[in-house]
Design a protein around this ligand. Structure first.
Ligand SMILES: NC(=O)c1ccc[n+]([C@@H]2O[C@H](COP(=O)([O-])OP(=O)(O)OC[C@H]3O[C@@H](n4cnc5c(N)ncnc54)[C@H](O)[C@@H]3O)[C@@H](O)[C@H]2O)c1
Length: 356
């Protein structure tokens, strides 16, 4: 199988590529990424891209036709990956996450691919105080990021059809170690705080619900979706990807970290405004459709693994929320240097696309 993974040089990508290489040793794996975070390696001495057969450097808004040639499947991770970036760069977020996603799927289909896997997000549900959100529940995206994911899903549903299965995996919030770790994700932030200065600061009152998924379990779900055909869920499928046990309240996550990392103080902002992102999600459909690719990592294991990873990095930055381990900060630094523009393009975007 020839698989193109876009956005492979971010946080999730290296874990996905590593997993696909392990479980599909004979596949041809290529990557396509614009490389915003290529330099943000964390605790690794070798480049994760070594496990690919080919790396393209380019923008998914203008994918090189050659990158799609003879491809059987696309795993589409490239995009603006959180609310803070989406709010700062709203137009670019819609352009990349919505328009370019649908066009890439169309181009992949026309080039003969049979499968397209899209990294969507449970944030499409917005605020959902009561009950578990299922795929039939009403959506209510609250941010440009969440809206862009939902619009992409709607466009993808139109592109799917006979011989071209499209799967939108509505991922819970990711966590866990990666060769390009992000600390702008709740559990990763807590473990970093605990590890670096024995303090976990909860920026809400701790009560919001948030489903989580480990990056290695995201990779397992993607592996399943790559082989999915229309007889298992239809030509187009949007499915929540995660597990019911991983619906946690923010405070529970902090306590779980404090139970593992010694001498940690947890502080809650009792006066904080309620977090608008509170939702519990049902993963029943995913359980039913993908029984052999269910999440396997436990929360204590995720925390221990992150602590070990931070140790390998020699991490001790108490100001990490303003560091290059935060995606928005990296983009702001690139912009400050005049390397990236407001459309989130390299300033010399018309350079030829490089292939390695
Ligand atoms: N991390 C999470 O909690 C989570 C949860 C749900 C869904 N997702 C989705 O999974 C995907 C990967 O997330 P991540 O955490 O690895 O994000 P990330 O920001 O670490 O990585 C995104 C990658 O996409 C690349 N990229 C961005 N714009 C591009 C463009 N125009 N052309 C080519 N490449 C481009 C970046 O260079 C980066 O390598 C994203 O689409 C994200 O929205 C992530």
């Amino acid at each position: 199988m020839r698989i193109l993974v876009t956005g492979n040089m971010g946080y999730v990508g290296p874990v996905v590529v590593g997993h696909l290489r392990d479980v599909r040793p004979d596949s041809h794996l290529s990557g396509l990424d614009t490389g915003f975070f290529a330099h943000c390696l964390t605790g690794t001495t070798v480049l994760p891209e070594r496990r690919l057969d080919c790396q393209w450097f380019g923008d998914v808004r203008r994918p090189p036709a050659e990158a799609l040639e003879s491809v059987d499947a696309v795993v589409h991770l490239a995009g603006v990956s959180n609310d803070p970036i989406g709010t700062t760069y709203e137009e670019a977020t819609l352009d990349v996450n919505h328009r370019a996603t649908v066009e890439l799927a169309r181009a992949a289909r026309d080039a003969g691919a049979s499968s397209f896997v899209f990294a969507s997000s449970c944030s499409v549900y917005g605020l959902a105080e009561e009950g578990l959100r299922t795929e039939e529940s009403e959506t209510g995206p609250l941010t440009a990021y969440a809206r862009s994911k939902l619009l992409a899903e709607e466009g993808l549903a139109e592109v799917a059809g006979e011989g071209f299965a499209v799967t939108s995996l509505r991922f819970a919030t990711a966590c866990g170690m990666s060769d390009r770790l992000r600390l702008d994700l709740v559990l990763n932030d807590f473990v970093a705080g605990a590890y670096a200065f024995r303090e976990i600061t909860i920026l809400s009152d701790g009560t919001p619900w948030r489903p989580l998924i480990h990056v290695r379990d995201m990779a397992r779900a993607i592996d399943w979706a790559l082989d999915r055909t229309a007889d298992n869920g239809g030509a187009y499928l949007a499915v929540n990807a995660g597990s019911d046990e991983w619906n946690y309240q923010i405070r529970q996550l902090a306590d779980a970290v404090a139970a593992i990392v010694p001498d940690v103080n947890v502080s809650v902002r009792e006066d904080a405004a309620p977090d608008s992102r509170s939702y519990k999600v049902s993963f029943a459909r995913f359980r039913e459709l993908a029984p052999d690719h269910q999440p396997q990592v436990g929360l204590p294991e995720a925390i221990e693994d992150l602590s070990a990873g931070l140790g390998r990095m020699g991490f001790h930055d108490p100001d990490f929320r303003n560091s290059e381990l935060v995606r928005l900060r990296v983009l702001e630094n690139l912009r400050g240097e005049g390397l990236v523009n407001e459309a989130l393009e390299w300033s010399r975007a018309d350079e030829p696309v490089a292939r390695v």
